[in-house]
Design a protein around this ligand. Structure first.
Ligand code: 1Q0
Length: 215
């Protein structure tokens, strides 16, 4: 299929995207950040229809950011740092309640940023898991510790149900398309600190500008 969201997932590829999203000055390139998420969506799409509502939301958020990047203001959306500056300087962000900018880049990226925390926690659990550990439990615990705090009851319930249908650990490792379980663990060992760094840089930026509660 031509659509990139339907192609085969490869963990290494996702890792490359998140690696290239950091500039030498530790700015975060939105294009590569988005392409990391798009790679993850490929995996989501291979997990079955119960994950469809999650994939749809992730695609819509990445599309919003790509549209900004391709717009006439595109150069201001090159990095997360330049986007935050541009949108704040030009009052393009709804700060307290939803208003005329319900899809600002800052609030859209904040949703992905929170999801990145979930991903980091989930992958660390996978990395250190034992043969019989359940992926559904790892996923649920990571979710409860992060994203769940930002989601209403109905989404938490639907997400919880989807988690039950996750493949078992070894099958999940195979979907990652990296090689043996040892190789997966090795790649995860590189992926987690990298995601951690990207997360931390965004976290501090959002803290500095008080952007953590954007509606
Ligand atoms: C492997 C299992 C994947 C499970 C994903 C866990 C995340 C659950 C998130 C549930 C989101 C529900 C959909 C809608 C939510 C929105 O309301 C919410 C807020 O947005 P808004 O506009 O209403 O204020 N949106 C979000 O919170 C953003 C959620 C983005 C989730 C993106 C998840 C992409 C996951 C990819 C699969 C990763 C597989 C990891 C293992 C692979 C190894 C690298």
């Amino acid at each position: 299929m031509a659509d990139s969201e339907n192609q085969k997932f490869c963990l290494q590829e996702v890792l490359e995207s998140f690696k290239s999203c950091l500039s030498p000055e530790k700015e975060i390139y939105i294009e590569h950040y988005v392409s990391g998420w798009r790679g993850l969506v490929k995996l989501l799409n291979s997990l079955g229809s119960l994950f469809g509502f999650i994939s749809k939301d992730a695609v819509s958020k990445t599309q919003i950011l790509m549209n900004y990047l391709k717009s006439e203001n595109g150069p201001h959306y090159a990095t997360v740092q330049s986007m935050v500056k541009f949108e704040l300087d030009n009052e393009l962000v709804d700060v307290d309640k939803k208003g005329i900018y319900p899809e600002s880049g800052c609030r859209t990226l904040l949703r992905l940023h929170r999801a990145l925390r979930w991903l980091q926690l989930f992958l660390e659990r996978l990395r250190t898991s034992k043969e019989d550990d359940k992926t559904s439990v790892m996923c649920r615990d990571a979710y409860n510790e992060s994203l769940a705090q930002h989601h209403p009851w109905l989404i938490r319930k639907s997400a919880g149900m989807a988690f039950y249908s996750l493949p078992v650990r070894l099958a999940f490792f195979e979907v990652m398309n990296v090689g043996t379980p040892e190789q997966v663990v090795d790649v995860l060992g590189k992926a987690v600190p990298l995601l951690c760094e990207v997360y931390q840089i965004t976290e501090e930026l959002y803290q500095k500008h008080n952007l953590h509660d954007l509606p």
